[in-house]
Design a protein around this ligand. Structure first.
Ligand SMILES: Cc1ncc(COP(=O)(O)O)c(C=O)c1O
Length: 388
């Protein structure tokens, strides 16, 4: 099944004059109402229950999607929630050639009272807007981003797994102008899809092993490291494959100039814990400003922990692990929340952290965050948005 071409083909839209209500929506997104068209053939309850029994990560999808279009003539328009379907794309669609694409990742969590929480969707909306600006794409109003996510969660609430599962939401935007030429697209499609996911770690978080990438870098000053564009991930895959070849779970990147400073993993930020109780994480700049990273910094500060956003070299990491000054290291992000790092491997040898086991700081922060996300404890920073 496909979305009909008149819905996403921008050629006709370019010629059209903006309607008054579309002009109101332009820029601010004010006046943009989502048209809700529930699927005529939703997944039967029994089939959905079978899929939710063991959804894994990113392979099962809900029945609907949210869509909003942009053209220079109409601004943001055509907001709708409808049956999840293929996008028919002309072979000359800009995104297929010049990779103007950005995305986000956040989750909806089912509370014990049956309601549904989103965790800091405003932060995702802001980061999405920043990503759009860096990629010379039309910035989506943050209110439209949040409304699209909420509408999708409401219509697909039956797809939110219970227990430690959640509904992973994937907002994304592609350049949809049919044009061959290196310039910002004049048309965009913003969409949100949803994928039920189980707990990332069955039986509690297992420490991961990390490969230090000495051959490949992820980002440089002035580049796109701080935004969430698909190209960053395409460029990280070779390094991640190298990690797997060396028997490691994940890759950690070093800075592109001195090749010494720890930046982040392919899809997670990184923290270090020291024997004086302090926490350190690499500073923002070329890394993705993770929402989990920011939340951990806030929770640690709340509890009086000294936190530093400072550069840290691979040599120092190795020396501190050997001396015992470093007690823990962990990676963090929306998908896995917090993953303890047990082992670091590189061309110049391997070392263990905390004997290779998960440490109390990582596990304590993880529980604090997860309890807030599922609404089990107070939410002192007003991070939770109740959708239902
Ligand atoms: C490169 C990268 N760093 C860090 C993160 C963690 O960000 P967040 O905590 O917002 O999920 C992600 C995941 O989105 C990522 O892709």
């Amino acid at each position: 099944m496909g979305v009909s071409f008149d819905k996403i083909d921008g050629v006709r839209e370019r010629a059209a004059r903006p309607a008054p209500e579309a002009a109101a929506a332009k820029g601010t997104g004010m006046g943009l109402k989502f048209e809700i068209q529930p699927s005529a053939v939703p997944t039967p309850d029994s089939a959905r229950a079978a899929k939710l029994a063991d959804p894994g990560f990113g392979r099962v999808f809900s029945d609907h999607m949210a869509l909003v279009r942009y053209s220079q003539a109409k601004g943001w328009h055509g907001a709708r929630v409808e049956s999840r379907a293929n996008f028919p794309l002309d072979p000359a669609t800009a995104v297929l050639h010049y990779a103007q694409e950005i995305f986000e990742g956040l989750k909806a969590y089912k509370r014990d009272d049956g309601g549904v929480n989103l965790f800091r969707p405003d932060a995702n909306a802001r980061r999405f807007r920043n990503s759009a600006e860096r990629m010379a794409m039309a910035p989506l109003p943050e209110s439209v981003f949040i409304e699209a996510v909420e509408q999708l969660v409401r219509i697909d609430r039956a797809w939110i797994p219970g227990g430690e599962g959640s509904l992973y939401l994937r907002p994304f935007m592609i350049a949809s102008e049919v044009f061959l030429g290196v310039k910002p697209s004049a048309e965009y499609i913003f969409a949100v899809i949803a994928s039920p996911v189980g707990s990332y770690f069955k039986g509690g978080p297992a420490p991961v092993s990390i490969w230090v990438s000495e051959n490949y870098t992820r980002a440089a000053i002035g580049g796109t490291g701080a935004v969430k564009c698909g190209g960053n991930y395409a460029a990280s895959l070779r390094a991640q494959a190298e990690a797997i070849d060396h028997g490691c779970d994940q890759v950690v990147f070093l800075d592109a100039i001195e090749r010494r400073y720890i930046e982040e993993l392919g899809g997670m930020n990184v923290f270090f814990t020291f024997d004086d109780g302090s926490l350190l994480t690499p500073p923002l700049g070329t890394i993705l400003p993770g929402i989990t990273r920011d939340s951990i910094l806030a929770l640690a500060r709340d509890s009086g922990t000294r936190v530093r956003e400072e550069a840290y070299t691979i040599e120092q990491w190795r020396a501190d692990a050997a001396s015992g000054r470093l007690t823990e290291a962990f990676a963090c992000g929306t998908a896995a929340v917090i993953s303890p790092i047990g082992k670091v491997c590189s061309g110049s040898g391997d070392f263990l952290i905390g004997g290779g086991a998960a440490g109390p700081v990582a596990m304590g922060l993880r529980k604090q965050l997860v309890d807030i996300q599922y609404g089990r404890v107070a939410d002192p920073h007003d991070w939770i948005r109740k959708v239902l």
